[in-house]
Design a protein around this ligand. Structure first.
Ligand code: UDP
Ligand code: MG
Length: 334
């Protein structure tokens, strides 16, 4: 076996949505780490998630720089020349989940790393993660934030509550502070890609597929440039979607609740009948009857809308639409 065939390949998957000011710095920083690691060949898979700025142009220029014959790569001066840069560009913004999925589908390497383009996921950790996965023989090594410095208080409080509810009531356990920054071996990537759902919640999918995962901790870092794409509203929607994707417990809960109400009201009815029979008492209570009707009317509508949430998702899932639509890519060029 020659030396090159022993080298392991690592695909770095980078979802990008309007990251024109971050791409170059991200690439430089990550290449610094990659060039210091012996025994691995790195390839980048940038996903342009329908950016409206110069993100795609930046990615294409990195790809053009990196186009060098394999033999020349090691000794070349420019960092870009030591790796492959592949990209997929979406026809519109499909969201980070779709971008990560596209990247994983395109990955053929021994390992795949998912990392943000805004340098909030320190690239130096790729080396730590790779070392950990090789040393321990685990399938995945993921990062979790130990602090939420620099993040709005409301967002932190919201995230904490989400993890608590998710872990208590869903089928999976998500580590508090877990971000989508992780390295996986081929087996795990294959398992994730084989999950056909079109409404994807990766934090849940990573947990659901199982495999042995090691965790490393890191301090929160501020975004290099630009704003987070998440508003409080979109985060709330993400949380509800994620929860419903992996939990049917709300449906069970409303069933138990309905059963409890039936039992209570039957007991109440029996008491009222006995009172009337024994004491001949009238049963007054026009106001309380109205209140109960309104209360249960509201409750029934709320429960129906909860069921509607699940049915709506089933409806979207049965359409079998693709997770994303590709506009262009250089994947076939090799
Ligand atoms: N991103 C994406 N599509 C989107 C939103 C975000 O590909 O619709 C990318 C974004 O370019 C970045 C990563 O996902 O590389 C994380 O996004 P962001 O920094 O906005 O999220 P946060 O770090 O605040 O969780
Ligand atoms: Mg970010």
């Amino acid at each position: 076996m020659d030396r090159s065939s022993q080298r392991k390949t690592v695909d770095i998957i980078v979802p990008c949505f309007n990251e024109e000011h971050n791409i170059d710095a991200f690439f430089r920083e990550t290449q610094k780490v990659a060039s210091e690691m012996e025994g691995y060949d790195f390839a980048y898979i940038f996903i342009d998630d329908g950016s409206t700025d110069e993100t795609l142009a930046k990615i294409k220029s990195l790809a053009a720089d990196a186009k060098a014959p394999a033999g020349a790569m090691r000794d070349a001066e420019t960092p870009a020349a030591r790796c492959h840069v592949r990209y997929i560009s979406f026809s519109r913004n499909f969201g980070k989940e779709a971008a990560m999925y596209a990247g994983l589908r395109a990955s053929k390497g021994d390992f795949a790393v998912i990392i943000d383009a805004d340098l909030q996921h320190p690239p130096q950790l790729i080396a730590t993660m790779l070392k950990r996965i090789e040393e321990t023989g685990c399938d995945s090594c993921a990062a979790r934030r130990v602090s939420r410095k620099g993040e709005p208080k409301i967002r932190s409080a919201f995230a904490r509550a989400f993890y608590k509810i998710m872990n208590r009531y869903s089928d999976i356990e998500i580590i508090d502070g877990a971000v989508d920054f992780r390295i996986m071996n081929r087996k795990m990537v294959k398992a994730i890609v084989s999950m056909p759902e079109s409404q994807r919640f990766s934090k849940g999918i990573f947990a659901w597929v199982g495999f042995e995962t090691e965790w490393i901790e890191f301090e929160n870092v501020k975004r290099l440039s630009g704003e987070s794409k998440w508003s409080v509203w979109s985060l709330a929607k993400y949380a509800v979607d994620g929860f419903i994707d992996f939990a049917v417990s709300p449906l069970k809960f409303v069933g138990v609740f309905g059963g409890a109400i039936t039992v209570c009201s039957t007991i109440y009815l029996i008491i009222e009948i006995l009172k009337t029979l024994i004491f001949g008492k009238d049963t007054p209570g026009y106001a309380s009857t109205i209140c109960l009707i309104l209360f249960f009317g509201g409750l029934i509508i709320a429960i129906l809308s909860l069921i509607g949430e699940y049915i709506g998702r089933m409806y979207l899932e049965t359409k079998g639409r693709p997770v994303y639509v590709e506009k262009e890519s250089n994947l076939d060029e090799e």
